[in-house]
Design a protein around this ligand. Structure first.
Ligand SMILES: O=C(O)CCC(=O)C(=O)O
Length: 297
């Protein structure tokens, strides 16, 4: 009997579920990859490749100063970024893999390698029930090995999670001085290989919330590595920021995530019951959304 409070990829009898749905070989490999390795690959197809070119044209002006290294939520002003992040094939595969309706809630565009230290997204955002969050990384151009490709550690989503520390309200300093070094030690100690994602334009790699990933070394500093990350939640959950929550005590710092598919916001819920995220969260989510309609940053 399926448990609707766990992503399908975390449940036994995934193959039987995929058989019942009659999915094709690509979606099957995507789902089993996510279950076993914490990553799944999809080719989004020719229309998506045309959207990649449009997304690059829409976002290149933000990087013209040479100093901007990423733009958050360009989807609010860039239709091709929004269309790619909410790509129908990607959404369909995620619905099969997780058993709930997906909705991207944030986008990040990178012009070059991110140099981002290895981390798991579950430190930044999670859900209750847990695990209904993932990241989708879409190559907007063919990725060269010397351009700082995405790196990831298959199987690391099964390791015990690293936490930011035991302070009630950890800071960025705690994240930098405790979490990132602990994560780097875990990458080494686990002995699991680290892989490089040399994706072609229009391919999407999805990582599970607990998967260790980051930006690989940039050997060629004049190279571009245009990419789009869509962070995705699933409907009917409580959405929260783990760094500011005491999960064991049941105190969640609730979020009111945007829903790129509707252009509105998605209310946090426990079962069918809406949860109150607090006036400040509502004000901030709406204010950030409105600000980014004018100035993505
Ligand atoms: O694109 C990259 O290099 C890393 C992106 C990433 O880690 C993230 O968005 O969580």
């Amino acid at each position: 009997m399926a448990d609707s409070n766990r992503p399908r990829i975390e449940q036994p009898e995934l193959e039987a579920h995929l058989d019942r749905l009659g999915v094709d070989a690509e979606v099957r490999a995507f789902c089993t990859g996510l279950a076993e390795n914490g990553v799944g690959l999809l080719d989004l197809g020719e229309e998506a490749r045309a959207l990649c070119d449009r997304a690059v044209a829409e976002t290149d002006p933000y990087f013209a100063d040479g100093a901007t290294v990423r733009v958050q939520d360009a989807w609010r002003r860039a239709p091709a970024v929004r269309a790619l992040a909410a790509d129908a094939k990607l959404m369909r595969a995620l619905r099969v893999a997780y058993g709930r309706e997906p909705f991207p809630f944030q986008t990040l565009n990178f012009p070059r390698g991110s140099d981002q230290a290895v981390h798991a997204d579950s430190v930044h955002f999670n859900s209750d029930p847990p695990g209904f969050v993932c990241g989708g990384w879409i190559a907007l151009e063919d990725i060269a090995p010397d351009a700082g490709p995405l790196v990831y550690q298959p199987g690391s989503h099964h390791l015990p999670p690293v936490t930011v520390g035991n302070r009630a309200f950890p800071t960025l300093e705690d994240y930098n001085s405790h979490y990132l070094p602990a994560m780097a030690r875990r990458v080494e100690a686990s002995g699991l290989p680290v892989k490089t994602a040399l994706l072609k334009k229009g391919q999407a790699l999805v990582w599970a919330a607990e998967l260790a990933h980051g930006g690989g070394p940039i050997a060629n500093h004049s190279s571009t590595r245009r990419s789009l990350v869509a962070h995705v939640y699933f409907k009917g959950c409580a959405y929260y920021s783990p760094m500011f929550s005491d999960v064991e005590a049941g105190r969640l710092a609730l979020r009111l995530p945007a829903n790129l598919r509707t252009g509105g916001w998605e209310w946090p819920r426990r079962g069918a019951m809406p949860l109150w995220p607090g006036l400040q969260t509502i004000r901030e989510s709406v204010a950030v959304g409105l600000r980014r309609m004018v100035f993505p940053s």
